[in-house]
Design a binder for this molecule. Structure first.
Ligand code: SDX
Length: 393
């Protein structure tokens, strides 16, 4: 038994590690960061405050938070030569490819904080990554739309800076909308960590070889890019747009999903751990109405998404398989209504997930008994046999 639950032996055998960062009860739909319910953090905390909690283990005092914000803000500006990296990508490069390369390049410009066993270097790299990620992500967007890059401004908050870096231009200042800032604070908090998901497990695995933190974070971006994982937010919007273009109604589409041979999935539904409503999806859904108020296109897609959810939640196929909306089902509608293109949504997921990856990577390195990750296998190949010369094959 650990603090919250009694683990059955089967669970212990499959657990890849023990961790004190995030607790999920998949059957009850519970998610807590360092013991704090996600509902309370999403409604009362800021994203940097939550990042501090995940990384250092406790909610910061006002002075600690101000100091953290100041250090992060001092590290939002990239080395000017990094702009050349963005210029060499073709316009159609996927933002996750650009973001992954950008993080590796950041490590190349920060060779004095690569040692995973030097606490001061790990701390500097932590602040550098948290500070630079909004700029790296915004530049991945700007280079994909061919707009000039902006510079961060110390007078703005973390999320305000990110939105201005993304949507501001030298000829038109970005109007900071407090409702949009609050929405992104909430969305980034909801994405900040999720125990040993595919990308976090990748970050820990890469980190376990003593690869530096930048290489580990870049690996996390690559794992997250898959449509079965973080790429699902893009896939959900593409699914909704195609349904609307093809004029397919929810019932007909659901029959395709239930026909295994079609290979069609209801993207944004189902989860390895949640066999109940994803608590993050519930919170996002509660915001979606207010945020889509000015976007008629997104409202039409929202109506379709709500119809798909209602249809699925009353259908035996989904009920018996315990398939519910997950974090990705509604996020794409909000991102699209805010003006981001669908292929950029997963970069927003990565921006939110970064503090969790860092916290998990640091936890991996803090364990004195840690060993390099080395999963074993069940061999199902050929039994031993002798070599046959090519002339006799
Ligand atoms: C994220 O792990 C995390 O924590 C991830 C994440 C995070 O914060 O890091 O929460 C973020 O990745 C959320 C998931 C985003 N992906 C999608 O929305 C893609 C669509 N979902 C599916 O691909 C699927 O549900 C997965 C990948 C999420 C989970 O896959 P599993 O573990 O194989 O699903 P399962 O074992 O629970 O499936 C049980 C049954 C199977 O059918 P049967 O073989 O029993 O007949 O349900 C079916 C599956 O085929 N099924 C679906 C389905 N998801 C599962 N059928 C149709 N549509 C779906 N979406």
């Amino acid at each position: 038994t650990t603090g919250n639950v009694t683990l059955d032996p089967g669970f212990v055998n499959t657990a890849s590690c023990s961790s004190a960062i995030t607790f999920i009860d998949g059957n009850a739909g519970v998610l807590q960061y360092r013991g704090y319910p996600i509902e309370q953090l999403a409604s009362q905390a800021t994203f940097l405050e939550t990042s501090y909690l995940l990384i250092y283990g406790q909610l910061p005092t006002a002075d600690e938070l101000a100091d953290f914000e100041h250090k992060v803000s001092d590290r939002m500006l990239l080395d000017e030569r990094m702009r050349e990296l963005y210029r060499m990508f073709p316009r159609g490069a996927h933002p996750m490819q650009v973001l992954s390369a950008g993080i590796m390049a950041l490590g190349a410009f920060n060779r004095d904080n690569l040692d995973p066993h030097d606490d001061a270097q790990v701390e500097e790299a932590t602040l550098r990554l948290i500070g630079s990620m909004p700029t790296l992500a915004a530049y991945a967007y700007k280079s994909s739309v061919g707009e000039p890059f902006m510079y961060p401004q110390k007078k703005l908050s973390y999320v305000e800076n990110y939105l201005r870096l993304s949507f501001g231009t030298p000829v038109a200042e970005y109007e900071i909308d407090p409702a949009v800032v609050k929405a992104f604070e909430t969305l980034f908090i909801l994405h900040a960590d999720h125990e040993q998901n595919c990308s976090t497990a990748t970050v820990r695995m890469v980190g376990s070889s003593d690869a530096n933190i930048y290489a580990s974070m870049s690996a996390g971006v690559n794992a997250l890019s898959g449509p079965l994982h973080g790429g699902a937010n893009q896939a959900v919007l593409e699914m909704l747009v195609k349904l609307r273009e093809d004029g397919l109604d929810a019932k007909t589409f659901m029959n395709q999903v239930k026909d295994k041979k079609s290979g069609v999935k209801l993207m944004g539904f189902g989860h390895r751990v949640y066999k109940n409503y994803d608590p993050r999806a519930r919170i996002i859904k509660s915001h979606v109405d207010e945020l889509l108020r000015n976007s008629s296109k997104s409202n039409a897609l929202l109506d379709l998404a709500l119809e798909l959810e209602d249809t699925a939640l009353s259908d035996e196929y989904f009920i018996e398989r315990k398939l519910y909306p997950n974090v990705d089902f509604y996020t794409g509608l909000i991102y699209e209504a805010m003006g981001f293109p669908a292929n950029y949504f997963t970069a927003l997921f990565a921006l939110g997930r970064l503090p969790g990856w860092i916290a998990q990577w640091r936890e991996e390195h803090a364990d004195p008994k840690r060993k390099i990750g080395r999963p074993r296998q069940i061999y199902i190949g050929e039994t031993e046999r002798d070599y046959v010369p090519i002339t006799e094959r």
